[in-house]
Design a protein around this ligand. Sequence first.
Ligand code: ZN
Length: 428
Amino acid sequence: MKTLGPETIEQRLLALARLTQPGSLGVTRLLYTPAWHDAQALVYRWMEDAGLCPWWDAVGNVHGRVDGASETTILTGSHIDTVVNGGAYDGAYGVVGAIWALSHLKQRPFLRQSVEVVSFCEEEGSHFPITCWGSRALMGEVTPGDAKTICDPDGVSLRQAMDAHHLNADKISEAAKDYAAFVELHIEQGPWLEAQGKDIGVVTSIFGQERWTVRVKGVSRHAGTTALRDRHDALIAASRMVLAVQDVANSSEHIGIATVGELHVIGGSTNCVPGDVVFHVDLRAETDRVRQRLAGQLTHHFQQIAQSTGVTVAIEKNTDERMVKMDATLQNVIAGSCRSQGLSFMPIASRAGHDAQIIGRKIPTAMIFVPSHQGLSHHGEEYTAPEQLQRGVAVLLQTLEQLAQGLPGVGQDQSFATPNVLPGRWFG
Ligand SMILES: [Zn+2]
């Protein structure tokens, strides 16, 4: 594999897209399922073909590597799992693109630092109720105990699912490694780059995010014989709470986004007043302060609605991820790569969560975005044109090459002198 044109990158994405759970709309590739295993095995083969000496780690991430003069390692890559009925580009692009970039670095006569590609086993949290299982393991943030207690909706634990793929949960800590920096290539998953006509987005930060499980308990009664005034209707209360979610996010003068994407009437039937409802809230904001303020307002509204409708409400927070800033020096290197290739670019905050959010808390991290057609993502029609895919991987290659040559200052929030790098802090 010497040179890959845009068609090849697209073809590889389409080859991965064929490895999906049968009958799904789009791509469904959930952690530790047969489709997931087939996809990681294909990625392994591609790394092998590129001479990257691949290996599986303790949780099922697949790595490949180009050794430099130093053990110091720059990491790149993304994730291989998808949401249910997802697209062919989310995550997979960052894996395929990184293999392409390393296949070129492999041909360089000398690299000061080593470069590694990782295909994270999981990011979405679509099978088990934890996001970024693979990158958390790499950062040493998960334990064998987590694998035992975290179960899918059928009651299968992560440990049991790992067993089925010959992965030993007792060895999870062996997945943890040290890296000097991480650069993740990804589709934008939103409409901004396309709307602005830009080739590349240089990510400035990743929104903080929390997820709640909200349980509303009323009283289930006969739908015909229970007067409206005597009801404690859990669904009426939950419906008002859903509207409150939208109102609170709308009323924020800062960027805050809140969504109810899942709601269940437990044991509901046509001729019963609903007694139990469970729904989930996804809350994100540009700063943690804004997110905490919105969370406080929502909690207040939920309690008021519960009181006025005669039900009880219990809120459980399942996820609480802080906003993470991307490294300023790495942003400068990416911007410089864009300039030297004559590509247009813009700073952009990521409203979607990524493995970079987990890794960026520990080491200097950056992300490169390419446009998503019509902003579609987590959808079977997710699409990025081949030439745009190629621009993104070219920027990744040049960025990795500069980092592998040991440019100083990464993680120290300062600029450094090369002709392709913008002076000073690129943006505040
Ligand atoms: Zn992704």
